[in-house]
Design a protein around this ligand. Structure first.
Ligand SMILES: Cc1cc2nc3c(=O)[nH]c(=O)nc-3n(C[C@H](O)[C@H](O)[C@H](O)COP(=O)(O)OP(=O)(O)OC[C@H]3O[C@@H](n4cnc5c(N)ncnc54)[C@H](O)[C@@H]3O)c2cc1C
Ligand SMILES: *[C@@H]1O[C@H](CO)[C@@H](O)[C@H](O)[C@H]1NC(C)=O
Ligand SMILES: *[C@@H]1O[C@H](CO)[C@@H](O)[C@H](O)[C@H]1NC(C)=O
Ligand SMILES: *[C@@H]1O[C@H](CO)[C@@H](O)[C@H](O)[C@H]1NC(C)=O
Ligand SMILES: *[C@@H]1O[C@H](CO)[C@@H](O)[C@H](O)[C@H]1NC(C)=O
Ligand SMILES: *[C@@H]1O[C@H](CO)[C@@H](O)[C@H](O)[C@H]1NC(C)=O
Ligand SMILES: *[C@@H]1O[C@H](CO)[C@@H](O)[C@H](O)[C@H]1NC(C)=O
Ligand SMILES: *[C@@H]1O[C@H](CO)[C@@H](O)[C@H](O)[C@H]1NC(C)=O
Length: 499
């Protein structure tokens, strides 16, 4: 935990520099290890980008979602094969070089996927995709949109990101919330095998029958075990989806949050896969909140039946459609480099009254920081239904979360702002608000300590919310697969398991 805290503080400190002047500033020199690794990589490949290369800023900044994640690596290597990844890992080990790994670049805090003065491994060239009857092999260089596009002609979908440009690898390794979790489980529950490069450069395939311990640990175990060079994912026969986009003004918000709780509580015997992105926005200048629903259901249903409780709320916009996952994702971009963003998230049992009180407390707290330049506050909910957790409880594999089959609401503040000078203020505001409201839920007996890495801020420790025996087992598996500590000592960014 200590190493984790230090890495995020370092990240914040460097983020205070003007991000448009990226390019290895004088005060961040590359380490001896990184110089050694960059030199050796350049001898073996043309795909090594140094700070004076015309493509450096594209790779070190433009490919990141959050402006805060822009850093200044000593060099950037774009491997084209698992063998090249393996060679790079061996070089990092023998040079003792620190490194970071980027898939889709959506993890939002500094150091999770980029590095000052170390080597950045960008996986975009590992972009093979091979569609089989009910599985797909996919490289970590792809986005979910790429994958939904490859599957569309076959009438299949995979369980992955809800927005267009999120990367396949990061989301799959941390869990993966999709619209269809209630029936098919999370992205991690649908991985049939992982091709992975270990800390000593060895390549192995982890599946139910080979390296079963590692296979389990990768289901939610994030970037603690190696670099995944291929995911084999289960796919499902869903040629058509039914969608709904709804927007509500302030009067609709209590019913909207009630309907979110209804979705979490729904536990049908023969479920229809359906889920959503449910968000409240607040314009602190005009003091107007609004809520929005992006709902998706498998199959053809006009209007989509599973969203009936939302559809009963008077809306300012309501658009239903029948389309494909690819077509739907086309319009759901999450543009990169728009803001600096802080996430803070906690979990509770579904309770509409309390959820409304959290929303109101958040809105009042946003008023306290309305002077922040470029403020873009959103209140986001995610649901875990009993059915979503039951997949891992009944598939004979499980995952590291170890959730029981009881419904949960994940609530999150996602706060955007413009200037580095406000970084520490926004972090303190967001963290304290989440902790204070969570403490009230703890007192009420409705809090859960589960924290999802995809919604968490850098100040949070998601592993503290997993069952203790799972964390102990994860650490044992790490000791046996990464005894030299390549993925804790040399690759230390992101949500690391700690010691
Ligand atoms: C706008 C937005 C929308 C989101 N929507 C969703 C959603 O619908 N559902 C959901 O579950 N989550 C969602 N998230 C969270 C998202 O899943 C995480 O940010 C995830 O880490 C993104 O994956 P990536 O490949 O793009 O990230 P990256 O930042 O590239 O990687 C994330 C972490 O994984 C490591 N990593 C990447 N590739 C590999 C690899 N091949 N092997 C080992 N480690 C690797 C990186 O080093 C980094 O630490 C969203 C995030 C944003 C910003
Ligand atoms: C960042 O640097 C650029 C170019 O040097 C300058 O135009 C801009 O005003 C700076 N921005 C901030 C926020 O300091
Ligand atoms: C920069 O990237 C483009 C597109 O990938 C590529 O064609 C070009 O060769 C690269 N330039 C350098 C200097 O590496
Ligand atoms: C808030 O509303 C004002 C006035 O309509 C608009 O200019 C501004 O862009 C809005 N802010 C956000 C964050 O949406
Ligand atoms: C809608 O709400 C009712 C109770 O108000 C609940 O019984 C039902 O399960 C909800 N339906 C859905 C699809 O969430
Ligand atoms: C909110 O929207 C509903 C439905 O369009 C409308 O009847 C109501 O007057 C609106 N309320 C406010 C406060 O704008
Ligand atoms: C509705 O679906 C059709 C068919 O996929 C698609 O062409 C169209 O863009 C969709 N419309 C909206 C508003 O999403
Ligand atoms: C690499 O590490 C794995 C896991 O610890 C081990 O099984 C394997 O023997 C190691 N290979 C070499 C060449 O050291």
């Amino acid at each position: 935990m200590k190493a984790f805290l230090i890495s995020s503080l370092l990240g914040l400190a460097t983020a205070v520099s003007n991000s448009s002047s990226i390019g290895l500033p004088a005060d961040i020199s590359s380490t001896k290890g990184a110089s050694c690794a960059c030199k050796r990589l350049s001898h073996t490949s043309k795909d090594v980008i140094s700070p004076n290369n015309a493509n450096y800023t594209t790779q070190a900044a433009d490919k990141y979602w959050d402006v805060r994640a822009d850093l200044s690596p000593a060099c950037i290597f774009l491997p084209s094969s698992a063998d090249e990844v393996s060679k790079a890992i061996s070089i990092f080990g023998s040079c003792n070089a620190q490194f970071a790994v980027r898939g889709g670049g959506h993890m939002n805090y500094p150091g999770s996927n980029n590095i000052d003065g170390g080597v950045l491994l960008a996986l975009e060239k590992l972009n093979d995709v091979q569609v089989h009857k009910d599985t797909v092999e996919v490289g970590p260089g792809l986005t979910w949109y790429d994958l939904y596009s490859s599957l569309e002609p076959h009438g299949r979908v995979a369980i992955g990101g809800r927005l267009k440009t999120i990367g396949v690898p990061g989301l799959t390794l941390i869990g993966g919330f999709h619209y269809f979790n209630n029936k098919y489980g999370f992205a991690m529950d649908n991985v049939v095998s992982y091709d992975i490069v270990l800390g000593n450069g060895t390549q192995v395939k982890a599946s139910k029958s080979h390296h079963a311990d590692l296979f389990w640990a990768l289901k939610g175990g994030a970037n603690n075990y190696g670099i995944v060079t291929k995911f084999t994912l289960r796919t499902f026969d869903v040629p058509k989806i039914s969608t709904t986009i709804q927007v509500y003004n302030e009067s609709g918000i209590p019913d909207f949050l009630q309907a979110v709780c209804d979705m979490a509580l729904l536990d049908e015997k023969d479920p229809i896969a359906a889920g959503m992105v449910a968000t409240v926005q607040y314009n602190a200048t005009t003091k107007t909140p609004s809520a929005s629903l992006l709902g998706v259901q498998e199959g053809i249903s006009r209007p989509p039946s599973q969203f009936a409780n939302f559809s009963a709320i008077p809306a300012t916009t309501r658009m239903n459609n029948v389309t494909t996952m690819k077509q739907w994702a086309t319009n759901l971009d999450s543009p990169k480099q728009m803001f600096r963003v802080m996430f803070s998230h906690k979990t509770m049992k579904p309770d509409p009254e309390v959820l409304v009180s959290i929303y109101k407390a958040w809105k009042d707290a946003v008023d306290e920081i309305s002077d922040v330049e470029g403020l873009y506050p959103t209140f986001v909910t995610n649901v875990v239904s009993a059915g979503a957790a039951r997949v891992a409880l009944t598939n004979d594999v499980g995952n590291v979360w170890g959730l029981e089959d009881s419904p949960l609401i994940l609530w999150q503040f996602s706060t955007g702002w413009a200037l580095a000078q406000d970084d520490l203020r926004i972090k303190a505001w967001s963290q304290q608000l989440a902790e204070n409201l969570h403490a009230i839920n703890v007192e009420k007996g409705i809090a859960s300590e589960f924290v999802y890495m995809g919604d968490a801020g850098e100040w949070q420790n998601p592993y503290a919310g997993f069952p203790k025996e799972n964390v102990a087992r994860m650490r044992e598996i790490r000791s046996s697969y990464d005894p030299q500590g390549t993925f804790s000592r040399l690759n230390w960014g992101g949500f690391k398991l700690g010691f």
